[in-house]
Design a protein around this ligand. Structure first.
Ligand code: ADP
Ligand code: MG
Ligand code: MG
Ligand code: MG
Length: 392
């Protein structure tokens, strides 16, 4: 259902809108550029040329471009993104862009401009230090997930919140592109011919496919917390001091391990793209993400867990070990789909020369499969390094 006053904005429409909303001082000279890089949304940066102040207007488009085709995709994801940013800001305002305005019928979110930061994927590929990245992400995960879960929220209020984040279209994208298509000979897959044998090994691995089906079922049914749903390193802006998580249009009530696993996977994908002696910093980021997550989640639990859980000895430890196991499995799925599925990562695709790229992608496929199948025996974040070395 598309609202009647919806239309995709032009750059000059974006300026008119910013003026009408009084987002800048009267009579400011404004410029606007569309800076988005996706196939799903427009991202406008509007700047006051006199003092450099700027804002971002993100607008959802009513279709997605996938394998040359265009298919309808609900504008409701813009409402979800706005509401997720506002909800996350209740717990970690320091890690999300401020929302200035939103309009459901136009499918827009107007927010803080973060152009002074870099997309973490690009910074990591450029070998730049993001020393606080994993500390900040560990805390972001712990607080946003604990305080939107039944562990930290009254069950009645939590169900009211679940209603606001029913997101079937975007969940379907993940169900297909992360948990289904890469494991079958599906037309959305995209990989170099040199990988054909390795990909067929995946398609024929019945043990792997059974474990992926179990993980997909967890993604479909485990309404544990309000997850971000697309927490790869391209959804994180950072520099040496600050970290901001953007783009929660996939947010829904899902398993906590899904967000944690996507972070693990995208750090691992960057690690394996590097020469061995430059990998350690990424393995350390993975360990720190989990260590800080556990510290902050435990702190929140001790202070704020609802009684029915906090009174039961061993329950926190049980929850944390389930989250970790699921995160390892989800990380494996993410690594595989980023290697052979529809949406790739630059960390792998930019590797040159081609023979090196192919052998690292072969490693990624083996590593992803091992993580999915052995997730019960991977119990410590230090194991990621061991698995990577053993698989190589
Ligand atoms: P999509 O959902 O289409 O992936 P994103 O929210 O990830 O959209 O934004 C796409 C790109 O637009 C980002 O990679 C970044 O370059 C730019 N962008 C998005 N939000 C902001 C922001 N708040 N400040 C600065 N740039 C932004
Ligand atoms: Mg920048
Ligand atoms: Mg994005
Ligand atoms: Mg997005």
């Amino acid at each position: 259902k598309q609202s009647s006053n919806y239309k995709p904005l032009t750059e000059s429409d974006a300026i008119t809108l910013a003026k009408r909303l009084n987002l800048f001082e009267n009579d400011s000279q404004l410029t606007c550029y569309e800076i988005g890089d996706g196939n799903l949304n427009l991202v406008f940066k509007v700047t006051n040329t006199e003092n450099g102040e700027s804002i971002i207007i993100k607008q959802a488009l009513p279709y997605a471009k996938v394998v040359g085709e265009s298919w309808p995709l609900t504008l409701d994801r813009s409402r979800i993104e706005t509401n997720a940013l506002i909800k996350q800001a209740e717990f970690v305002p320091q890690y999300v862009p401020k929302v200035y305005y939103s309009d459901e019928s136009l499918a827009i979110t107007i927010m803080e401009d973060l152009s002074h930061l870099q997309i973490a994927r690009a910074a990591l590929m450029n070998d730049e230090d993001l020393p606080l990245l994993s500390n900040h992400i560990g805390e972001f995960l712990a607080k946003t997930l604990f305080y939107t879960s039944d562990y930290g929220l009254n069950q009645h209020y939590k169900k009211e919140l679940v209603k606001q984040f029913i997101n079937p279209d975007l969940c379907k994208i993940t169900e297909d592109l992360v948990f289904t298509d890469p494991f079958f000979d599906h037309e959305t897959n995209d990989f170099e011919q040199e990988l054909q044998k390795d990909v067929e090994r995946i398609w024929n691995d019945q043990v792997l496919k059974l474990e992926v089906a179990k993980l997909k079922q967890i993604f479909l049914t485990k309404a544990e917390a309000l997850v971000h749903g697309d927490l790869h390193t391209g959804s994180i802006f950072a520099d040496e001091k600050e970290t901001k998580v953007i783009d929660p249009e996939f947010a829904y009530f899902g398993p906590i391990g899904f967000d944690v696993g996507q972070v693990f996977a995208n750090l691992l994908l960057n690690a394996i793209s590097r020469e061995p002696k430059k990998q350690n910093i990424l393995f350390t980021h993975i360990e720190t993400t989990w260590t800080v997550f556990v510290e902050e989640f435990t702190k929140a639990w001790k202070n704020d867990a609802i009684e029915v859980f906090s009174q039961v000895d061993g329950y926190l430890e049980y929850v944390l070990s389930e989250i970790f196991e699921e995160a390892v499995g989800f990380a494996g799925c993410e690594i595989i789909r980023r290697t052979i599925g529809l949406a790739h990562v630059a960390d792998l695709d930019k590797i040159e020369p081609a023979n090196k790229r192919i052998s690292i992608k072969q490693l990624a496929l083996k590593l992803g499969s091992e993580l999915v199948k052995n997730r019960k025996s991977v119990t410590n974040p230090k194991d990621f390094k061991e698995y990577t070395i053993q698989t190589a």
